[in-house]
Design a protein around this ligand. Structure first.
Ligand code: PRP
Ligand code: URA
Length: 209
C-alpha cells in the first residue's frame, strides 16, 4: 500500500491555517503555498540516496556525502500545481519540470487532459507530482498514470490538503506511490470540494474569482 506521510510540523500547520482563511488574498496565498511546498518537499526528499565523495577542503581531504543516483523531476498538475513548483525548486534547483494539464468536470468530477509535456528522460528520474488539492483523487491518479506510461517508476505525490477519498483512490490505483500531505481534511461535499478545505486552489492562486 502507498506510504502516507501527513505533516506534523508546526510551521506547516500554521501556514495552512492562514491559507484556508477566506480573507487571505492572492498574493499572500501564493507566497504561503510556495513556503508550505518547500516544507513538504523537505520531508519528501528525506530518503534520497547519498554516496561518499572526497572533498578537498582548505585544510585536508574529507569524505563527504552527495546525492547519488537518480535525478529529480517536478510535475505540477495545471493549474493549481504551478503554485507549488517554486517551493520545490528552492530545495532542488536543478530539477527538470514537466507539466500535465487537467481540469475536473464540474458535473462528473472526472479529470480531462488538455496538455502534457514531460522531460524526455523522466523514466530515469524520481518524479514529484504536485497539486495543492487531493479531492476525489481522479486528477492525481490520471497524472501519475501519465508519468508511469512514460516509464517513470519512482513517483511521489505531494499535496497541501487531502481528503480521505483521494488518499483511498491513490492507494488503490497506485499503491507504489508515496504520498506526502500537509493536512488530512474531513471529507468531500456534494460538489467534490474538500471540507473544510480552502475553496478552489487555482482561483485563489491566480485570482480568477
Ligand atoms: C483542482 C485541483 C486538482 C483537482 C483535485 O483542479 O487543483 O487538480 O481539482 O480534484 P480531484 O482530486 O477530485 O481530481 P481543477 O480541476 O479545479 O483545475 P484548476 O487547477 O485549473 O483550477
Ligand atoms: N479542487 C480544489 O481546488 N478545491 C477542492 O476543494 C477540491 C478540488
Amino acid at each position: 500500500m502507498a506510504n502516507l506521510t501527513i505533516m506534523d510540523h508546526p510551521l506547516i500547520q500554521h501556514k495552512i491555517s492562514i491559507l484556508r482563511d477566506k480573507r487571505t488574498g492572492n498574493m499572500q496565498f501564493r507566497k504561503l503555498a510556495e513556503e508550505i511546498s518547500t516544507l513538504i518537499a523537505y520531508e519528501a526528499t528525506r530518503d534520497l540516496a547519498l554516496e561518499n565523495v572526497e572533498v578537498e577542503t582548505p585544510i585536508t581531504t574529507a569524505t563527504c556525502k552527495k546525492l547519488a543516483g537518480k535525478k529529480l523531476a517536478i510535475v505540477p498538475i495545471l493549474r493549481a500545481g504551478l503554485g507549488m513548483v517554486d517551493g520545490l525548486l528552492t530545495l532542488v534547483p536543478a530539477a527538470k519540470v514537466g507539466h500535465i494539464g487537467l481540469y475536473r468536470d464540474h458535473e462528473t468530477l472526472e479529470p480531462h487532459e488538455y496538455y502534457c509535456k514531460l522531460p524526455e528522460d523522466i523514466d530515469k528520474r524520481v518524479v514529484f507530482v504536485v497539486d495543492p488539492m487531493l479531492a476525489t483523487g481522479g486528477s492525481a491518479s490520471a497524472a501519475i498514470q501519465f508519468v508511469k506510461d512514460r516509464g517513470a517508476t519512482h513517483i511521489k505525490l505531494l499535496n497541501i490538503i487531502a481528503a480521505p477519498e483521494g488518499i483511498a483512490r491513490i492507494q488503490k490505483d497506485h499503491p507504489d506511490v508515496d504520498m506526502f500531505v500537509g493536512v488530512l481534511d474531513e471529507k468531500l461535499n456534494e460538489h467534490g470540494y474538500i471540507i473544510p478545505g480552502l475553496g478552489d486552489a487555482g482561483d485563489r492562486i491566480f485570482g480568477t474569482k
